[in-house]
Ligand binder design. Structure first.
Ligand code: A4P
Ligand code: MG
Length: 170
């Protein structure tokens, strides 16, 4: 099987946040042609974006998969639905039981309608970069020429202070 290492961003700020995240990680390992690698510490973060909402739990995990990027996206959306997420009724960037984003898919750069990898806001978000840097600090983010740790350092430097949106381990 032709396997690729993929990094998934995981977030939740609705319902039993901890259970949604634990179950999401278990479900990732149960996907076809896929095995679970590492999972980062779960951190609590202040909501980023235009909508006022509750704090998030965020983390990141790695998998090895033989799925294509599009197949994986469909699987991730099925896991989200399994945790009660309904895109038809929720606001963009609003509260959600579970959000699974493909952050990095091997060395691939994907620009399809409905799928952009590396994730387009990866480089500017501490709630993504902090967990990712825990499991893959030296990983070079395709298309940027910079490592995850370098992107994290740059985002913290440009921010209001170290981990401005970070509340700490949850
Ligand atoms: N899509 C395109 N590229 C990807 C990708 N690499 N991975 C498309 C996953 N999906 C991707 O996403 C909208 C569409 O993006 C999908 O249908 C898919 O085809 P969505 O999950 O339906 O909606 P969304 O999550 O509201 O939009 P988006 O753009 O993914 O938002 P973000 O960037 O995920 O922001 N604050 C904290 N502290 N922690 C958070 O986790 N998350 C958000 C959501 C806002 N603020 C947050 C957090
Ligand atoms: Mg999303």
């Amino acid at each position: 099987m032709d396997e690729t290492i993929v990094y998934i961003g995981i977030g939740s700020n609705l319902g039993d946040r901890r259970a949604h995240i634990t179950e999401a990680i278990r479900s990732l390992g149960a996907l076809p042609e896929t095995s679970l690698g590492e999972a980062a510490t779960v951190i609590e973060t202040e909501p980023v974006g235009p909508i006022e909402q509750g704090a998030f739990l965020n983390t990141a995990a790695s998998i090895q998969t033989g799925l294509t990027p599009m197949e994986l996206l469909e699987c991730l959306q099925a896991i989200e639905r399994g945790r009660g997420r309904d895109r038809n009724t929720e606001a963009r960037w609003g509260p959600r039981t579970l959000d699974l984003d493909i952050l990095i898919f091997g060395d691939r750069v994907v620009r399809e309608s409905g799928l952009i990898v590396p994730h387009k806001r990866l480089h500017e978000r501490a709630f993504v970069l902090i967990p990712l840097a825990e499991i893959a600090p030296e990983l070079v983010v395709p298309g940027t020429g910079r490592t995850v740790q370098q992107l994290l350092d740059a985002s913290l430097g440009a921010d209001a202070g170290p981990g401005a949106d970070l509340r700490g381990p949850a």
